[in-house]
Each structure stands twice: as structure tokens, then as C-alpha cells.
Design a protein around this ligand. Structure first.
Ligand code: ATP
Ligand code: MG
Length: 282
């Protein structure tokens, strides 16, 4: 296995809002020296409670937010270094992101074919290759367990689980090596979550993908991930390199999250979406 992504000593702060002084310079330290690595083919879970800095870290790792300090290396190249246009594009296409909010991340006026087609157009532009978009959209839909006929649907004509599958197809369209999933299954009910996680596990095997899986839910981490880091107030407070040893965590924060999971283990969603989604599981 080789290291695909490496973050070293990442620091990010934001200007504090509501400062009493007019030109207040106080800053909130959101990431305080985060270091982590992602190996080829693995799934790394990043867990922490709300506000611990997970999404900020996700933005840094996906090239959307330059950190004040620290370096990110993607396949041996400095993500925020100087690159030619072609190198920058190649780096951008190494990693795709899937967000929690599938509704706002898809244009309601676009059909599924255009939502996925946008990414294909970007790939064509970046690589100069000609893509048969209609055929590729159908292939991608099939890969995420949806029928080809869904290409002409609009987002409101899909269930949450189906729309998130479309977002996964869009993420796959650029042929990334890494997918960063930021709470990507958190809005789905429990049974749909399991179906989407099974899909992600299958895609990972078929396409040799690596995942950065951001969540506040330890159950999904144990289902999908090989390793996990626990974030608290912008720091990694514990990491487990073998997910089967999750019970051996020692830090009080990580234990608290583990015990919370055990406590709420039976509290699931309505399961209403199961019937509509089940038919389209790959
Ligand atoms: N652009 C920004 N400007 C100012 N503060 C920000 C910005 N982005 C994030 N923050 C602050 O950084 C902290 C961490 O936010 P972040 O979204 O990374 O947390 P999170 O762990 O993803 O939380 P959640 O689980 O609720 O999604 C929060 O206090 C947030 O208010
Ligand atoms: Mg977040």
C-alpha cells in the first residue's frame, strides 16, 4: 500500500464574530495542528462532535481552503504548491466530495443527466478526451444502482437515498482516486444508510477507491472504515489503526462517543424510504 494523501500539522483559524471591539483581531482556532494520512484503497473515518472542525478539515483536504500552516500532499504533490494549469487540474480530479445536503448540492432545475453531465464536461475540458456523455451517464447510474431511465428525472422526483446515489455518481464521473464523504449518509434513515454504505463498500472494491469518511456517527465508521481518528476542538485526540480494536480506546472524549453509540443503538429512523430504495440497490 502506498500513501495517497498526507496532511501535516494543519492549522486554520477564523476571525471571531461578535467581537466587542470594532477592529477585534481575536481568532478562533478551528484546526490546531492536524496530521493524518490516507493509504491507497483504505477508508479513514474522521469522527467528532459538532463544531470539532471536521468539515473545515474536509475543505482543507479537498483543496477548497488553504490552511494557515501545514502541508497536504496528494499522491506525492503539494496540494497548495505552485502548479501548472494541467497539474492543478490533475490534482483536482484526484479527489471528489459528497456532502450531506444532497438537495442543495444539486440544481433543482437540472435533470439527473445534466447533474452528472456537468462533471463529465469538466473531465472532458480537463483531459481533452471526448466522452459519450449519454452512455457514460447510464453507466454511472448503473454503478450506483439506479436504472438508466432516471437520467431524465429531476431531483424532486427522487427519494433522498436515490438523490444521494446520483451525487455519488457525479463524484465518480471524474474518475477520482479518493472520495471525501462529509456526513454523506447522515440525513438518510437507518435502512437507507446501510444500503448506501453497502454501495460505497462495493464501489471501493470495484474501483479501488479510497475514502475519507467524515461523520459524527461511530456506528457507520465501524461499518465502513479501516481506521478512525477522533477529533475534538480541532485536534486529533485519539486514533484507532485497527477498527476491530475500537473498544480499546482510552481518551475520555472517544469513550464518551463510543458509549453514546451503545446508548442510542436502537434509535433509528422511520425506515419509510426502504421500500422505495430497495428496488434500486445494486
Ligand atoms: N468560514 C467560516 N468562518 C468562520 N467560522 C467558521 C467558518 N467555517 C467554520 N467555522 C467555525 O469553525 C468551527 C468548526 O466548524 P466545522 O463546520 O468544521 O465543524 P464540524 O465538525 O464539521 O461540525 P458539524 O458536525 O456540525 O458539521 C465552528 O465553530 C464553526 O463555527
Ligand atoms: Mg460538518
Amino acid at each position: 500500500m502506498s500513501t495517497l494523501l498526507e496532511a501535516h500539522n494543519i492549522r486554520v483559524s477564523f476571525k471571531k464574530e461578535n467581537q466587542t471591539r470594532l477592529f477585534g483581531k481575536e481568532r478562533q482556532q478551528v484546526l490546531r495542528g492536524i496530521s493524518l494520512h490516507l493509504e491507497e484503497g483504505e477508508c479513514l473515518g474522521i469522527i467528532g462532535e459538532s463544531g470539532s472542525g471536521k468539515s473545515t478539515l474536509g475543505r482543507v483536504l479537498s483543496g477548497l481552503l488553504r490552511p494557515e500552516e501545514g502541508t497536504i500532499t496528494l499522491d506525492g504533490q503539494d496540494l497548495y504548491g505552485h502548479h501548472t494549469r494541467a497539474e492543478a487540474r490533475a490534482l483536482r480530479h484526484m479527489l471528489s466530495v459528497v456532502f450531506q445536503d444532497y438537495t442543495s448540492s444539486t440544481n433543482p432545475r437540472f435533470r439527473v443527466s445534466s447533474i452528472i453531465g456537468e462533471s463529465l464536461r469538466a473531465l472532458e475540458h480537463a483531459t481533452g478526451e471526448r466522452i459519450d456523455r449519454k452512455r457514460r451517464v447510464a453507466e454511472l447510474l448503473e454503478q450506483v444502482g439506479l436504472p438508466e431511465s432516471f437520467a431524465i428525472r429531476y431531483p424532486h422526483e427522487l427519494s433522498g437515498g436515490q438523490l444521494q446515489r446520483v451525487c455519488i455518481a457525479r463524484a465518480l464521473a471524474i474518475r477520482p482516486r479518493i472520495i471525501l464523504l462529509d456526513e454523506a449518509i447522515s440525513s438518510l434513515d437507518a435502512s437507507t444508510q446501510v444500503q448506501v454504505m453497502d454501495l460505497l463498500a462495493a464501489l471501493r472494491r470495484e474501483l479501488s477507491l479510497s475514502y475519507l469518511f467524515i461523520t459524527h456517527d461511530l456506528t457507520s465508521i465501524t461499518y465502513l472504515c479501516d481506521r478512525v481518528v477522533f477529533m475534538n476542538q480541532g485536534e486529533i485526540v485519539e486514533q484507532v489503526d485497527d477498527i476491530t480494536k475500537i473498544a480499546s480506546i482510552t481518551s475520555p472524549y472517544a469513550r464518551q462517543l463510543l458509549e453514546a453509540v451503545m446508548g442510542i443503538g436502537c434509535e433509528h429512523g422511520s425506515g419509510q424510504e426502504q421500500a422505495s430504495d430497495e428496488a434500486w440497490v445494486a
